[in-house]
Each structure stands twice: as structure tokens, then as C-alpha cells.
Design a protein around this ligand. Structure first.
Ligand code: G6P
Length: 611
């Protein structure tokens, strides 16, 4: 996690770095810092969000044409001024920021302590920085050379940016396992964890690969591998507009992103789904269609909300493609020595494309001969590049830490893949296939309808905001939606919430039910509906407060519920893209009513690039 920004060129660096850090705060926000150069190296850093650093240095002379900045999500050492980045080397000559974890930092630290070093912070970063300085001093070599030598000793993940007091034009950067984008301007360069800090200045970017080192000056970008061989930078054109990363009049990114969903689901389907022609065009998937059809099994690997999308996809793939599907938490899958055979297909689902556990899980599986397909939102991200093929979700930048529009786009992509494979395999009857294509095409409109009919949710939030716990229940395709609804509430409002299969509730959670417990049923009309209605009765009989997400016109469920949120009728396979929307809004409004920072919930980060 952590966000990093850098600039070298003719402009004032500080405003560029600060604005960039604000855009990267989704990656962590427990402390902030910048290093600038004005005749000498100056470091300003502070516990807290970017705005707090900004306020604390008003009136300081921040003039500089070079700068690096960091917004932190703590791994080694509590959030504090002294653990904030940039760190300075023992001599004060070097400043460095770091995103990632140096796993063997203890060993390196001991070596340095034996040589007389002492440390001002608890971070692994300061250790690596002094290790670099020690090599530079001992070998009497350039900073670039010292970084290269040091990184050969390092295990773990990193993106580092370094400034040297004796070279006021150059930033040295290196990456392994954490993201680094370099923006190429005219006589200037920008660096960032993603492209958002550079969007208004350039659309030309270079995605730096693992084990690469960049020497970045205003009019020069040199890329090398750790063997000191030059690599030609591959410059790509970005197609994100600035408006996509701004709030556009909404109070929070989360709300904006919830309301973008009619458009993002549409963008995801656009150019791929043609219901009239009965086709789904996905070239990456097409290329591997035969291997998918013949797969022993498909394993969905993901974390968080993306894992919930994988659970929905499990039901869809098993139904439409008749292929055995397993859904794995990436963090478990990567460490438990799973049996992976040549015919296995792994689908990695990730908004950011940078989640460390997912990335390593697919790397291991790839090394064992599995085919890796990526369902990823961020174009050019590490997971996208690690995959053999895949399909982007095209939801646009998602900045609110709680994932919303990425989830519905993931569902849309996974549904299209399942439909395509099932059709080629012959496991979906032609009429059902055509009907589903047509209904899928209508989903953006139905999402818009759901949002239009959601004006009671703010009042529901007021009514239930003091609850201590929530239970979310659903069956079949709506069971993962119950999990996702509970996760959203936990993340945003800090209310304890649990998602459960509605029938399984009898084996434990029912003991929690009393007149104080709100129980949210995801109860759209589907093949499980009668059973869910029985479960509602069971909760009602024990005085639980039933709140339901129901299909329009479902009087039976409405009669059993204290409050309802309505979605339009849809095939059960497509229902999760609709039933999740009221739950996103409920979590948002409860979080807001409780005074929580919904875009930056405590302790969380959007992109978890540490394991
Ligand atoms: C973090 C985010 C979640 C996200 C999860 C997986 O926990 O806060 O919103 O679902 O990581 O991230 P990914 O980018 O791989 O989908």
C-alpha cells in the first residue's frame, strides 16, 4: 500500500506532489511527507492525512523543481511523525520513500548496527536507505550503482524513490512487486503509484516492471535492469480523463461511484455484448476458450469485494458452463500448497490489479502450469500483466476505499465470460442464452431504475444507525450479495455486520436475534424465494427487525418486512448487479449519519500491496 509521487522538471514541484498525494490517499492515509530541494534537501513529514501536512507547513519556503512525496499505510512502526516518509539517511544526504515491505530488514539492520548505525524510526525503509548509503560510501560508487547492489540483497516488495542532496535534478526509482508509473512530459517527468498524479500534465506513461531501475531527470528517462543493462522504455498512451478522478459535485467518491454504475456497467458491456446478433466478443477469452472449456476446474482467486464477485461467478459458471469452480482467498491459496494441475484455469479478480496476495497466488499457479485469466479494472496493472489473457472491467478509476462500481463491473465481465464459454461448450440452451444476453443488455437501465427508487434509504439509515450489529442473509446468487452488504457496512460505518446463507442462519446466528437486531434479507424473486420467505418468518417470529431488498411488486416479502428497498425484476443470474446497490447506499448513508469518513475508513486502504 502507500502512495508515492515524484516530479522533476521546470515547474514548482510541491503543488504537483501534494495534489498527487491527495489523489493517492486511497492507498493509505496515516501519515504524509515530502522531500524538496532548495539548495539543500528539505524533508517535511507528519502523522495524519495530506491536508494536515499541508496546513502545518503553510508559510514555509517550499520552492523546488524536484520533489518526492508519500502517503503511508503503516506496516513497520505505528503511524507517527518519525515513522512517516521520506526518511533521511544517516548523513542526511539521501531521502527516500518506499511502498512495500523489506522482509529481511532485520538482518540488514543488524549488519548496520554492527557498523555503528543507529535509527530514528521503526521502519524497514530507513534500514534499506542506510544500507544503500553504506554501499555508496564503501564502494565509492554512484547512487544508482549503490541502489542496484543493495536491491540484489533485498527480499520483499518495494517501490522506492530516492533524492540525493548533491544532485538536485535526479530521482532514482526502482520497483519489485509494487506499482510504479512514470509520466513523460516535455522536459519533465512525473512518478506515481498510479497515473492519477500526472493526468493533467501528460498522457504518455511508462509502466515500470519488476527488477527495473529508473534514473529520472527533467529531460532524460533511463531504464535499466538490475544487471545494469539499458531497457527501452515502452511509452503508452493513457485514456483516462481528469474528470474521472474528481468528485464531480458529489459529496464523496463513494456516492459518485455508486451513481456511476449505470454508465460503468454499460461501458463494461459496450463493444462486447451484442444481444441482437447473439454474440459476445472478448478476444482474450476467445483465445483461451478451448482450454477453459476443457479445464479440470476453474479457481477464482481474489480478496475482499473481488472475492465476493468470485463467489457469484462460481454459481454462474457452474450453472451455465458445468465446470467445477472453486473460489479462494488469495492469501490462503498462495500459502497452503494447493494442488495445481496443468489443465487448471485460474481467474484472478482484482479492481486495482495490485493486491499482493492475488498477484503472488497467480504467479505461483502460473509457474505450476495453470492458465491465468485476469478480470482487472486498472489497465496495465501488475495482475493484468501477469495474466495470460483476460478482460478489463472498464469501470474507470475507483477512488472510494469501499469498492462499489468495480464489483458490479466484475459481475458483468464474469457473466459475459460464463455466457460465452457456456455457449461454445453447448451447456446453455439457445433460447436461455439469447434471453440472458438481452437481459444483460438491460442491466444498466435497471441499475438506473434502482438508484432512482432509492430515496427511502437515507431515512432507513437514520432509523438504524445506532444498531450495534447487523445480520445480512441471502441464498443462492444473493448469498454473496449478503456478504458484500455486510462488508460494506463494516468498512464504512464500523458497525459489526455478518453475512450468512439464509438457511445456515439456523445453525448459530439465530441465537443473536432479538428486537434490537436488524436483519437484512437479500430476497429478490428467484428460484430460492419461497425458502427465503420462510427464513424471514423465522426471524420475524423472534422479533428481529426484517429489512429486505425485494423485487418490485413482491407483496409477500413486503408484508413480512419492517422496511424494504426495491429493485426491478431480473433473471436470478443477473440479480446481484441490482440487489447490491441498495446495500451500498445503506452502508454509505449509515456511515454518513454516524459521522464516519466514508471515503477513507480507518485502518483500510484501497490497494493492499502488502501481504
Ligand atoms: C482492499 C479494498 C477492497 C478490495 C480488496 C481487494 O481491501 O479495500 O475494497 O475489495 O482490497 O482489492 P482488489 O484491488 O484486488 O480488488
Amino acid at each position: 500500500m502507500c502512495g508515492i509521487v515524484g516530479y522533476t522538471g521546470p515547474r514548482e514541484a510541491y503543488p504537483i506532489v501534494i495534489k498527487g498525494l491527495k489523489r493517492l490517499e486511497y492507498r493509505g492515509y496515516d501519515s504524509t511527507g515530502v522531500a524538496l530541494h532548495n539548495g539543500k534537501l528539505n524533508v517535511y513529514k507528519k502523522k495524519g492525512k495530506v491536508a494536515e501536512l499541508e496546513d502545518s507547513i503553510v508559510g514555509t519556503n517550499l520552492h523546488s523543481h524536484i520533489g518526492i512525496g508519500h502517503t503511508r499505510w503503516a506496516t513497520h512502526g505505528e503511524p507517527s511523525d518519525r515513522n512517516a516518509h521520506p526518511h533521511q539517511s544517516a548523513s542526511g544526504q539521501l531521502a527516500m520513500i518506499h511502498n512495500g515491505i523489506i522482509e529481511n530488514y532485520n538482518q540488514l539492520k543488524q549488519e548496520l548496527i554492527n557498523k555503528g548505525y543507529s535509527f530514528r524510526s521503526d521502519t524497514d525503509t530507513e534500514v534499506l536507505l542506510n544500507f544503500i548509503e553504506e554501499i555508496k560510501k564503501n564502494n565509492e560508487c554512484s547512487l544508482e550503482e549503490a541502489v542496484r547492489v543493495a536491491l540484489k540483497r533485498v527480499t520483499g516488495a518495494y517501490v522506492i524513490l530516492l533524492m540525493d542532496e548533491s544532485d538536485p535534478e535526479t530521482i532514482i526509482a526502482a520497483r519489485k512487486g509494487s506499482p510504479l508509473v512514470i509520466g513523460v512530459g516535455k522536459g519533465e517527468h512525473f512518478l506515481g503509484s498510479d497515473a492519477s498524479p500526472m493526468l493533467e500534465y501528460t498522457k504518455e506513461v511508462v509502466y515500470v516492471n519488476d527488477y527495473e531501475l529508473a534514473i529520472v531527470r527533467p529531460d532524460e528517462l533511463i531504464l535499466k535492469n538490475l544487471g545494469n543493462e539499458k531497457i527501452t522504455p515502452y511509452v503508452q498512451k493513457l485514456d483516462i480523463e481528469l474528470a474521472a478522478i474528481e468528485k464531480g459535485g458529489y459529496e464523496h467518491f463513494m456516492l459518485k461511484e455508486i451513481y456511476e454504475q449505470p454508465q460503468t456497467v454499460y461501458d463494461c458491456l459496450r463493444g462486447r455484448l451484442d444481444a441482437a446478433a447473439g454474440t459476445i466478443t472478448m478476444s482474450g477469452i476467445q483465445q483461451y476458450a478451448e482450454q477453459i472449456i476443457n479445464a479440470n476446474r476453474i479457481v477464482m482467486v481474489a480478496c475482499g469485494t473481488s472475492w465476493h464477485a468470485g463467489l457469484v461467478a462460481e454459481y454462474i459458471f457452474e450453472e451455465l458452463c458445468r465446470i467445477n469452480v472453486e473460489v479462494e482467498y488469495a492469501s490462503e491459496f498462495r500459502y497452503r500448497n494447493p494442488v495445481i494441475n496443468k489443465g487448471d484455469v485460474i481467474i484472478a479478480i482484482s479492481q486495482s490489479g495490485e493486491t499482493a496476495d492475488t498477484l503472488v497466488a497467480i504467479e505461483n499457479a502460473k509457474n505450476n502450469g495453470a492458465i491465468i485469466l485476469g478480470v482487472v479494472n486498472v489497465v496495465g496493472s501488475s495482475i493484468a500483466r501477469m495474466s495470460h489473457a483476460g478482460a478489463y472491467t472498464h469501470a474507470g478509476p475507483e477512488i472510494g476505499v469501499a469498492s462499489t462500481k468495480a464489483f458490479t463491473a466484475q459481475l458483468a465481465v464474469l457473466t459475459m465470460i460464463a455466457l460465452k464459454i457456456g455457449y461454445i461448450k453447448g451447456t446453455i440452451p439457445q433460447d436461455r442464452y439469447l434471453r440472458l444476453l438481452k437481459e444483460l443488455e438491460e442491466v444498466p437501465e435497471k441499475v438506473a431504475w434502482t438508484l432512482k427508487h432509492a430515496d427511502n434509504i437515507k431515512a432507513l439509515a437514520e432509523k438504524y444507525k445506532e444498531a450495534r450489529d447487523f445480520l445480512y442473509l441471502g441464498r443462492g446468487y444473493n448469498f454473496p450479495v449478503a456478504l458484500e452488504g455486510a462488508l460494506k457496512l463494516k468498512e464504512i460505518s464500523y458497525i459489526h455486520a455478518e453475512g450468512y446463507p439464509a438457511a445456515e442462519m439456523k445453525h448459530g446466528p439465530i441465537a443473536l436475534v432479538d428486537e434490537n437486531l436488524p436483519v437484512v434479507f437479500v430476497a429478490t424473486r428467484d428460484s430460492y424465494h419461497e425458502k427465503v420467505v420462510s427464513n424471514m418468518q423465522e426471524i420475524k417470529a423472534r422479533k428481529g427487525k426484517v429489512i429486505s431488498v425485494i423485487s418490485e411488486g413482491d407483496e409477500t416479502s413486503a408484508a413480512l418486512s419492517e422496511d424494504v428497498m426495491v429493485v426491478p425484476e431480473a433473471d436470478e443470474i443477473l440479480a446481484p448487479m441490482l440487489s447490491v446497490i441498495p446495500l451500498q447506499l445503506l452502508a454509505y448513508y449509515i456511515g454518513l449519519a454516524r459521522g464516519c469518513d466514508v471515503d477513507k475508513p480507518r485502518n483500510l486502504a484501497k490497494s493492499v500491496t502488502v501481504e
